[in-house]
Design a protein around this ligand. Structure first.
Ligand code: ZN
Length: 478
């Protein structure tokens, strides 16, 4: 193990091997994960990468320090499915001239993104460091961050893209090692799922970087006319904007390997002249429901929201943390069969763990090294959970096993604190601490802060914008 790896080993789709993870800069470990296309409720298959990479984010923060990890997860808010949804939901108002298409699209994407945020917060996921929206990265930006139009211009200038029939296309033959991630060669290439094979392409595998928009479609002015970007270019732009031309980890679902991630790699490497886009590529496995592929026609298509808030799955609703545990009981690279039985099993396990963790003393426990080691082996969550079950068995009133279990549950994103928070007590403690600070009794003030933290309550100090005086707010630390 090299020192910089902190013992972390990750499976890399690019090399098809598990290897020590060595960050480019241990002070800023950089990860990009493809986020949702916001046209409809996110389904439970979408929840899997969000939960899996949340665990990795937590682990990286634990290993390298909370402020030394940058996690970018984008929001795709330009897509033909979004246009279709806007026309379906607001078509009447648009044709009556009461609403512009852009406004209708904004309403669809904002509502859907808000729902997504509520869903994933209920699943115990931390917010990523940055959550850029594609539409803000189409045109050159005032802050000089990478944008899609400038990237496409560089690709044309470097001989990797061409204009044909109103489209800008990536020239796959201009990149001798195109296809490294999916291990497909050019002969096997099919066009991306969103684009029909057209005669204007030099090669069937060439994919769209930019396409013209009709007046009824959203569009931006560009050197190639009013149009909109292809799907893949947004992630090349937003990852470069926040993580640089080469970064550490790129993640997403297995279904994104081809064409999406393959094409992200092609665009980024050819635009920047680099040999890699991200050093490690991680992909979570597929999700089935009750042994069958999830599909609308089979009637087994469930949104996260439905499982949380309705009784459509197994005749009852399910707490977010039960969904979270059920998702993590299977290793992230394995296919998962999401079933009522699995959710029941997760719920029982969680109940036992939480009951045992309730025995923990007030002082904050350490996350046991065995839990960190298990997760550091390519996120072997099942091995980490074995440690938790062992701790639950050893837990007794006020003992260390109970404290370690509670710390582990908090670390893994399970809510063990919120049920017990007495808000009045917290408010009194905060007032008490502010009085101590005013009296310059720092040691006692810090003691109160640490005591609250040990109960999972994190204080945040800020300034009152009017008086300039210190104000303190609090939140549950996950
Ligand atoms: Zn992407």
């Amino acid at each position: 193990m090299s020192d910089a790896s902190q013992g972390l080993r990750l499976y890399n789709t690019l090399t098809r091997t598990k290897a020590d993870f060595v960050p480019i800069d241990a002070c800023n470990v950089r990860m990009y994960v493809c986020g949702p296309t916001v046209y409809d409720f996110a389904h439970i298959g979408n929840a899997r990468p969000v939960i899996v990479f949340d665990v990795l984010f937590r682990l990286l923060r634990h290993l390298y320090g909370e402020t030394h990890v940058t996690y970018v997860r984008n929001i795709t808010d330009v897509d033909d499915k979004i246009n279709a949804r806007a026309l379906r939901d607001f078509g009447g108002e648009i044709s009556a001239g009461n609403l512009s298409l852009n406004e209708a699209i904004r309403r669809v994407t904002e509502k859907t993104a808000d729902q997504f945020h509520r869903d994933v917060a209920t699943l115990g996921c931390l917010e990523p460091t940055v959550e850029p929206r594609a539409t803000e990265f189409v045109e050159p930006r005032a802050d000089g961050k990478a944008d899609m139009i400038t990237l496409i211009q560089s690709l044309i200038k470097r001989g990797h893209a061409y204009v044909a029939a109103g489209e800008v296309l990536f020239d796959t033959e201009s990149m001798p090692d195109y296809g490294q991630l999916s291990k497909r060669n050019l002969d096997e290439q099919q066009a991306g799922a969103r684009i029909a094979v057209d005669a204007h392409k030099k090669n069937p595998g060439d994919f769209v970087l930019w396409k013209l928009s009709s007046p009824e479609e959203p569009g931006w002015q560009s050197p190639w006319g009013r149009g909109r970007p292809g799907w893949h270019i947004e992630c090349s732009a937003m990852s470069a904007a926040y993580l640089g031309e080469v970064f550490d980890i790129h993640g997403g679902g297995l279904d994104l390997i081809f064409p999406h991630h393959e094409n992200e790699i092609a665009q980024s490497r050819c635009a920047h002249g680099t040999s890699v886009m991200a050093n490690v590529w991680m992909h979570n496995g597929f999700l089935q429901v009750e042994g069958q592929k999830m599909s609308k026609s089979l009637g087994n298509f469930y949104s996260i929201h439905e499982l949380l808030e309705t009784e459509t799955f197994g005749g009852r609703n399910w707490p977010g943390e039960v969904l979270r545990l059920a998702m993590l009981m299977t290793h992230y690279r394995e296919p998962i069969d999401f079933s009522v039985r699995k959710l029941e099993e997760a719920e029982n396990t969680l109940r036992k763990w939480k009951r045992a963790a309730d025995l923990a003393p007030a002082a904050v426990g350490q996350v046991p090294v065995e839990v960190v080691e298990a997760l550091s082996d390519d996120l072997a969550t099942y091995a980490a959970f074995q440690v938790l079950t062992q701790l639950a068995g050893d837990a007794a009133d006020g003992n260390q096993a109970a404290a370690a279990l509670k710390a582990s549950l908090l670390f893994l994103g399970f809510d063990v604190a919120s049920a017990e928070v007495d808000e009045d007590k917290v408010a009194k403690a905060i007032a008490n601490r502010l009085a101590l600070i005013a009296a310059k009794n720092w040691a006692e003030a810090d003691r109160i802060r640490d005591e609250l933290l040990s109960q999972g309550i994190q204080l945040k100090d800020g300034k009152d914008p009017v008086t300039g005086g210190r104000i303190t707010t609090w939140e549950i630390k996950r």
